[in-house]
Design a protein around this ligand. Structure first.
Ligand SMILES: [Cu+2]
Length: 306
């Protein structure tokens, strides 16, 4: 959106964030231990948020250092022993003009990109190709695909001892859906039925809730939208890379708030079409067929890589 900012962003990240970025690339779509920065952006919306974040740091860091330096200077230079007779000056026109105009200029420099970003978050770049309604319940998500092929399913966490009741039951849940790989399907993030969407397409998400307030959030896409009973909130995202992306309910909604993850699987348009056709009748079968097709592709890539 605002390229000059991106250039600045690259300059800063090049200096301070190279290690973090390369470490995060291994698992692109979920939090990593001791993570200090955002998850890598996987949508233009999140790229814009990240760029604005870095833009604000260009103001925050120098202002903080400047104020700290001023404080240190005043404390040392004007301490009682070094300056026994305090100055009686009460006005200085030049300084007053500067400390009025400088903050105004800074606020304008922050406000303009901020409003641009906010506007972009409510205006999809093109007519959405797909609309998905996400409903938060205590404690799982319900999804409805609207359009030609209607797909409806619930999405619940798997592999959690707390929810399943025992370690064995949790493992059985994982085995039932073929998700025993803890790297790809971590505890507290893995779900039985993921939201499947095509890569590169604008996806509209209508967010609501069936009982208390929940929040549909997915960091890599810059998504965060409250689901409020009786209201329909609208947001959108456009995933730029295929993969599996995780988020979580982000509004404290009760006892098992920590156990209602959000998982979005971004696939090629062809894979999506096949999945959607099948999922209209049988979501489980469609998911299994999709996972088999993706596993097959991964193998092909590995062989090609060798
Ligand atoms: Cu919640």
């Amino acid at each position: 959106m605002f390229n000059p900012v991106k250039k600045l962003a690259c300059a800063t990240v090049a200096g301070s964030g190279v290690l973090m970025v390369s470490a995060a690339q291994a698992i692109a779509a979920q939090p990593t231990p001791w993570q200090k920065w955002h998850q890598p952006a996987a949508s233009p919306g999140m790229e814009a948020i990240e760029a604005f974040d870095i833009w604000t740091l260009w103001f925050i860091v120098p202002i903080t250092l400047f104020v700290m330096a001023l404080l240190a200077y005043v404390m040392i230079r004007f301490r009682a022993s070094a300056n026994p007779v305090p100055s009686k000056v009460t006005h200085n026109t030049t300084i007053e003009v500067v400390w009025t105009l400088a903050p105004v200029a800074i606020l304008i420099a922050l406000a303009i990109p901020s409003f641009q970003l906010l506007t972009s978050q409510f205006n999809p770049p093109e007519e959405p190709a797909l609309t998905i309604k996400a409903t938060g319940y205590q404690w799982y998500w319900g999804y409805e695909y609207q359009g030609d092929a209607e797909v409806t399913f619930e999405s619940r966490p798997i592999g959690s001892e707390v929810i399943a009741g025992s370690k064995e039951a949790a493992l059985k849940e994982r085995e039932a859906v073929g998700k025993t790989d803890l790297q790809k399907y971590p505890n507290l993030l893995a779900v039985d039925n993921e939201v499947v969407v095509p890569v590169g397409k604008v996806i509209r998400v209508l967010v609501t809730a069936g009982d208390v307030i929940h929040d549909f959030a997915l960091p890599a896409f810059g998504l965060k939208m409250d689901g409020i009973p009786g209201r329909l909130n609208e947001t959108f995202f456009q995933a730029t890379k295929e993969g599996l992306y995780y988020g979580q309910c982000s509004e404290l909604c009760g006892k098992y708030h920590a156990y209602m993850p959000i998982a979005i699987r971004v696939v090629s348009e062809d894979d999506f079409d096949v999945w959607q056709d099948m999922a209209g009748d049988d979501v489980d079968a469609a998911n299994k067929a999709l996972m088999a097709s993706l596993a097959e592709k991964e193998k092909t890539v590995e062989v090609a890589g060798n």
